[in-house]
Write a protein of this length. Structure first.
Length: 117
């Protein structure tokens, strides 16, 4: 399984970005897909997840500003980020979880988001 994350970049505070995570296979195989982020010197943290049934979950710090979605036709998961803040600066990673007898977790390579003040 390959997850290709893209869409990061440099943006001013208050701006917007949309991250994309393209999967090498049918994303319907994954019960949960999500985005995590890791700022310099910090641990990786959950940003948002979406289930195969379109149930979503967000970190408190991004609620109301970020929206996660999944497009089955394009095998892609998106993270739309609005009202960006300098504290959103991090490397953002895409994750996909397949749940069977054993849960398998897959990670993309990360895309850097830098928000300037």
């Amino acid at each position: 399984v390959q997850l290709q994350a893209s869409g990061g970049g440099l943006v001013q505070a208050g701006g917007s970005l949309r991250l994309s995570c393209a999967a090498s296979q049918n994303i319907g195989d994954f019960a949960i897909m999500g985005w995590y982020r890791q700022a310099l010197g910090n641990q990786r943290e959950l940003v948002a997840t979406i289930t195969s049934g379109y149930n979503t979950n967000y970190a408190d710090s991004v609620k109301g500003r970020f929206t996660i979605s999944r497009d089955y036709a394009k095998n892609t998961v998106y993270l739309k980020m609005n009202s960006l803040k300098p504290e959103d600066t991090a490397v953002y990673f895409c994750n996909a979880k397949r749940m069977a007898l054993v849960t398998s977790s897959y990670w993309g390579q990360g895309t850097l988001v830098t928000v300037s003040s």
